[in-house]
Design a protein around this ligand. Structure first.
Ligand code: TIU
Length: 228
C-alpha cells in the first residue's frame, strides 16, 4: 500500500491515503453566514471565511486521490428530541436552537442554515454525517464507517478549531486514530483560540495529534500518486 510523508508538527507523519479519511467539520451556513447559530451567539461569522479556501484545497486533493471524504453537520431533529436541554438553554443567544431565523430554524436538520456552504458542497458518493454534539463520534455511526473502510488516520479541517474540530480530534485520538488538524483549513470566531487550539494538539510531542496545512496535505497526496 502506497505510503506518503506529510510535513507536520511536531514532526512529519507517514500515512497511507487508502487508510486515511478527510473529515470536513461543520462547514455549514449556520456557522459561516449571517443569521445562523454562530451569529446568534454573538460572533463575527466573517472570521470563519479564512478556512474556506484551504478547505477547498484539501477537499480537491482528497477527491483527486480518491480518498474517503466525510462531511459533518451539527444539528438536531425538528422535534428537538435529540437536543439536550442543557444545550438549548445555554447562554443568552439572540435566537435559541430551534427558533426561526432568516435561514430557517436555528441548527435544525433540513433547514437552509443547516446546509453546507456552497463552495464546499459534498459530491455524490461522499459521506454526510449528521451529529447532535460537538464531536463527530458522539451518537453517530462514524466509528462503524471508519472501521468499514479500514481507516487509521484522520485529516480534520473545518470549524471551529477549539470546539468541534478539537472535540473530534480528541475523540479520534482516544479511539486509536492518528489525527491531523489541517490548521489553515480550520478557523475560530476567536483568532487566539484558533492559534492556541492548534498549539495544544501538537504540544508535548503531539499529545493528541499533529498539525499540518492544506498545501502540505495536497503535496503529500501528489507525491503518493507519483510513487504509485
Ligand atoms: N460555537 C462554536 O464555536 N462552535 C460550535 O458551536 N460548533 C462547532 O464548532 N461546529
Amino acid at each position: 500500500m502506497t505510503q506518503t510523508q506529510l510535513a507536520a508538527e511536531p514532526g512529519p507523519l507517514s500515512f497511507a491515503p487508502a487508510r486515511t479519511a478527510l473529515i470536513v467539520i461543520d462547514m455549514q451556513r449556520d456557522f459561516l453566514e449571517p443569521g445562523g447559530f454562530g451569529e446568534t451567539l454573538g460572533n463575527d461569522v466573517s472570521l470563519l471565511q479564512a478556512a474556506v479556501g484551504p478547505c477547498r484545497i484539501a477537499l480537491g486533493a482528497a477527491r483527486a486521490a480518491g480518498m474517503l471524504v466525510i462531511h459533518t453537520r451539527e444539528g438536531h431533529r425538528p422535534d428537538l428530541s435529540d437536543a439536550p436541554p442543557a444545550k438549548i438553554l445555554r447562554g443568552a443567544p439572540s435566537r435559541r436552537i430551534g427558533d426561526p431565523g432568516p435561514m430557517g430554524r436555528i441548527l435544525i436538520r433540513g433547514e437552509p442554515g443547516h446546509d453546507i456552504v456552497a463552495g464546499l458542497y459534498p459530491e455524490a458518493g461522499e459521506v454526510v454525517l449528521d451529529k447532535p454534539g460537538k464531536g463527530a463520534f458522539h451518537q453517530t455511526d462514524l466509528a462503524q464507517i471508519l472501521q468499514n473502510y479500514a481507516i487509521d488516520t484522520l485529516m480534520v479541517c473545518g470549524v471551529t478549531t477549539e470546539v468541534c474540530v478539537h472535540t473530534t480530534i480528541r475523540e479520534g485520538n482516544d479511539r486509536g486514530y492518528r489525527c491531523v488538524a489541517i490548521g489553515d483549513a480550520c478557523a475560530s470566531y476567536f483568532p487566539e483560540f484558533h492559534r492556541v487550539g492548534l498549539e495544544m494538539i501538537k504540544a508535548q510531542g503531539g499529545i493528541f495529534g499533529w498539525v499540518s496545512d492544506a498545501n502540505s496535505f495536497a503535496e503529500a497526496l501528489t507525491a503518493a500518486e507519483q510513487a504509485a
